[in-house]
Write a protein that binds this ligand. Structure first.
Ligand SMILES: CC(C)(COP(=O)(O)OP(=O)(O)OC[C@H]1O[C@@H](n2cnc3c(N)ncnc32)[C@H](O)[C@@H]1OP(=O)(O)O)[C@@H](O)C(=O)NCCC(=O)NCCS
Length: 179
């Protein structure tokens, strides 16, 4: 498996992967929403606030993850949110998702990012180091429909201590339907 961080020349393939993977798992409406989100994240997010990691096998895109900056007004630490995450439907359950996430987290760690947050199934993301956090300790940029899915990890030796908000996300995530 090869990893890439190039998203500018691969935007169409990446958006198609997210649309198709989420359409199969969550339905047509969610597939369209997440495909459009992937497109907007690439088109509208300043480079310094976006990291995209993709996994390729024999020239085919098999997985992708986005990280975008969360800014905490009262806290100097660097925080990135991992979302969305997708693996090609026919290749799910083979470890690609976990390898890609571990690769992305390693890259952020090497870059000096302090904290990674995500919003999803704690059982799956627990396997790659995420643990549940409260909105009081780690404020979310929008009200959470599923607060049990708000999970985070420290990427440094320092323990994950509460972050002082308010929290701000990149503009493509400024949509209550995504939270
Ligand atoms: C969730 C997802 C990224 C995992 O990638 P993957 O390559 O299939 O995962 P891995 O093979 O590394 O890990 C397998 C584990 O993931 C979990 N898993 C797999 N598919 C899952 C799904 N659709 N939802 C939740 N957990 C899932 C299972 O716990 C599985 O463990 P098991 O093999 O012991 O049953 C992938 O299934 C996917 O793209 N799903 C559709 C889109 C989605 O739901 N994305 C996450 C929300 S942002």
């Amino acid at each position: 498996m090869d990893f890439s961080t190039d998203y500018e020349t691969k935007a169409d393939a990446i958006a198609d992967l997210f649309a198709s993977s989420f359409t199969t798992s969550e339905g047509v409406e969610e597939g369209a929403l997440i495909g459009a989100l992937a497109r907007r994240l690439i088109a509208e997010t300043p480079t310094e606030d976006l990291r995209v990691f993709t996994a390729w096998e024999e020239g085919m895109l098999v997985g992708g993850i986005f990280f975008t900056r969360l800014t905490y007004e009262g806290d100097p630490r660097t925080v990135f949110m991992m979302a969305p995450v997708a693996v090609a439907t026919e290749l799910q359950g083979q470890g690609i998702g976990q390898r890609l996430i571990a690769h992305g987290l390693d890259a952020l760690r090497q870059e000096g990012v302090d904290i990674a947050v995500t919003y999803g199934d704690p059982a799956f993301y627990g396997r790659v180091g995420f643990n549940p956090v409260s909105e009081a300790d780690l404020p979310a940029p929008q009200p959470l429909n599923q607060p049990q899915g708000w999970i985070a990890q420290s990427l440094t030796d320092a323990p994950l201590t509460p972050l002082r908000g308010p929290a701000r996300c990149v503009t493509a995530f400024d949509d209550p339907a995504l939270w």
